[in-house]
Design a protein around this ligand. Structure first.
Ligand code: DGY
Length: 320
């Protein structure tokens, strides 16, 4: 019997072809709606490899039912959707897809920063709805980005890539991270500061930290209260780091200028979410890595990880 693979989303056939040559491959039949938990339960009990996406919750209860499962490959650099300790206890390898999405995600972080600071969504919406009456001296005005101070929370690969973009905009960069990065400081001349200082001094703040027990709820009412009234907050890594209720209060009370959100506490976000009613919010549906080139590169990494493990090789990008 050939080893079997289950993929939790319908993927382009060309990306799955290398696996089909060697293994029995089954795929969930939609690329939009999430796989049903009961199906995942059934599959995990049978398959040798599981290919997941970042919105699949792979918890201990599910992992306890795993049969011959040897590898889970997650389509994303983040893997907070998988209970890593439970996978480790079961001796299951977990891999992710770092590096290939760094530049694409940094592009989107910068796009979201510019769009939020200049309130592009509001200007476009008004134009489309006939709200552009004339060129007005103070109409549609936003905040400058070039020459300002950028605060980066979470200085990993994507943080560095955002910083490279910021240098083209002549920005001073402050950063906060679990640990100091001496080499990065020397290379780019950025300054390490405590979180409170970063929030007080930065004109624009980009959150790129992973969601962990330490970072969950890291930006709440107190932290938002430290930010400048003219500051923007950009959320690019995972929802759950910023307290959305506190953010709504800060925006409605105009204690910060705006927020650009690509990630949300609960995804997919409801169209009735209070933050979506505010013109100071630029909202995106978790598309940091969403270019055709990058998504295909991520899929190639996932397919390679399965080939490696099922053929007895050590995979790249192993997280446990
Ligand atoms: C990641 O890679 O973790 C992203 O959130 C998926 O686009």
């Amino acid at each position: 019997m050939r080893p079997s693979v289950f993929i939790t989303r319908k993927l382009p056939e060309e990306m799955v072809a290398p696996l089909r040559e060697k293994f029995e491959v089954r795929m969930w039949d939609s690329d939009i709606s999430a796989v049903r938990r009961s199906v995942l339960m059934d599959e995990i009990a049978q398959v040798d490899a599981l290919w997941t996406v970042v919105s699949d919750r792979i918890d201990r209860e599910l992992l306890e039912t795993a049969g011959p499962l040897k590898v889970i490959t997650n389509m994303g650099v983040g893997f907070n959707n998988i209970d890593i300790n439970a996978a480790k206890d079961k001796g299951i390898i977990v891999t992710n897809t770092p590096d290939v999405l760094t530049e694409t995600t940094a592009d989107l972080a910068f796009a979201l920063l510019l769009a939020t600071a200049r309130r592009l969504n509001r200007a476009e919406r008004e134009l489309r709805h006939g709200g552009w009456m004339s060129w007005t001296p103070m109409g549609f005005t936003g905040m400058d980005v070039g020459g300002k101070t950028l605060g980066i929370i979470g200085m990993g690969r994507i943080g560095e890539a955002v910083m490279r973009r910021a240098s083209g905009f002549n920005m001073r960069v402050l950063y906060h991270n679990r640990s100091r990065k001496d080499q990065v400081e020397q290379k780019y001349g950025c300054e390490y500061v405590e979180l409170e200082q970063l929030l007080e001094r930065a004109d624009h703040v980009v959150v790129l930290a992973p969601l962990t027990e330490q970072t969950a709820g890291m930006i709440g009412q107190r932290e938002l209260g430290l930010m400048k009234k003219t500051a923007t907050l950009i959320s690019m890594s995972r929802g759950g780091i910023i307290d959305e209720d506190a953010l709504y209060e800060a925006l409605i009370n105009e204690t910060i200028w705006g927020a650009g959100l690509d990630v949300w506490e609960k995804e997919p976000v409801s169209k009735h979410h209070p933050l979506l009613t505010l013109p100071s919010v630029t909202a995106l549906p978790h598309i940091g890595s969403a270019t055709i080139e990058t998504r295909k590169a991520m899929m190639r990494m996932n397919a390679d990880a399965i080939l490696d493990v099922l053929e007895g090789r050590e995979p790249d990008n192993r997280v446990v």
